[in-house]
Design a protein around this ligand. Structure first.
Ligand SMILES: N[C@@H](CCC(=O)N[C@@H](CS)C(=O)NCC(=O)O)C(=O)O
Length: 229
């Protein structure tokens, strides 16, 4: 047992926190939340995270939520792990926070519309919602593509937590038939991510969670809402 517990579920943005924890070399336990059973909305889990969402990171008896806040906490607590670049000015620091917020507040909501459009407007309108999500996402994928055209990672030569967040976004929409091949630099970034031991270990944790859900008959597969390109 460790005193750091990540509550998550396979395929979710809990992967961002898992990768960052792995990059930091921290020891932690992963506990699966059973979405299909509504466990994320259960009173017991809402005691951990009243918003009923993953990830939630229990660390030394305190529960942290929101990927951006969790990353900022880990960066401040473990400065030697260099999870984000060190900002030389307050404005630069705000820019780094803005980058993470871009992932959580702009990209993630579009991921959900592309991946699970039926949750927004019912199954009959899922294709239209997905199309709107894809149309909006293209502008932001192009922005990331331009940035990654001349560098391996978002901040240049050094990997950072921002790369973990971008990777999850890419992977999520790649699996929802978004035309990721139009963005070769972003695609190469994802493949580089998959070579990192931290990502492989995070994926092994997800595989274990999936096996547990399978054994309980609780694997969730979103219905298809049509290919977009
Ligand atoms: N802004 C939050 C987003 C958390 C979030 O939306 N998590 C999803 C999984 S990717 C979730 O738990 N959804 C369940 C629900 O909203 O009912 C973060 O970055 O941690």
């Amino acid at each position: 047992m460790t005193d750091t517990i990540l509550y998550s579920a396979p395929g979710t943005c809990g992967r961002v926190t898992a990768i960052v924890l792995e990059e930091a070399g921290l020891s932690f336990e992963t506990r699966v939340i059973r979405f299909l059973k509504g466990e994320h909305k259960s009173p017991a889990f809402k005691e951990k995270n009243p918003k009923g969402k993953v990830p939630a990171l229990e660390i030394d008896g305190t529960v942290l939520t929101e990927n951006v806040a969790i990353i900022c906490y880990l960066v401040a607590r473990y400065p030697e792990k260099a999870l984000l670049p060190k900002a030389s000015t307050l404005a630069k620091d705000a820019e780094i926070t803005a980058d993470l917020c871009f992932c959580s507040a702009t990209l993630h909501p579009l991921v959900t519309r592309i991946r699970m459009p039926q949750f927004f407007a019912g199954p009959e309108n899922a294709s239209a919602v997905k199309k709107m999500g894809c149309d909006a996402m293209r502008e932001y994928f192009q922005l990331v593509e331009n940035r990654l055209a001349d560098r391996p990672w978002w901040y240049g030569e050094a990997w950072s937590a921002m790369d973990a967040y971008l990777y999850w976004v890419f992977w999520r929409v790649e699996g929802a038939e978004f035309a990721v091949n139009d963005y070769p630099s972003f695609r190469d970034h994802a493949r580089r991510m998959e070579e990192r031991p931290s990502v492989q270990r995070a994926m092994e944790r997800e595989d274990q969670m999936t096996a547990q859900l399978e054994a309980e008959g609780l694997v969730f597969t979103p219905p298809r809402a049509g290919k977009q390109d």
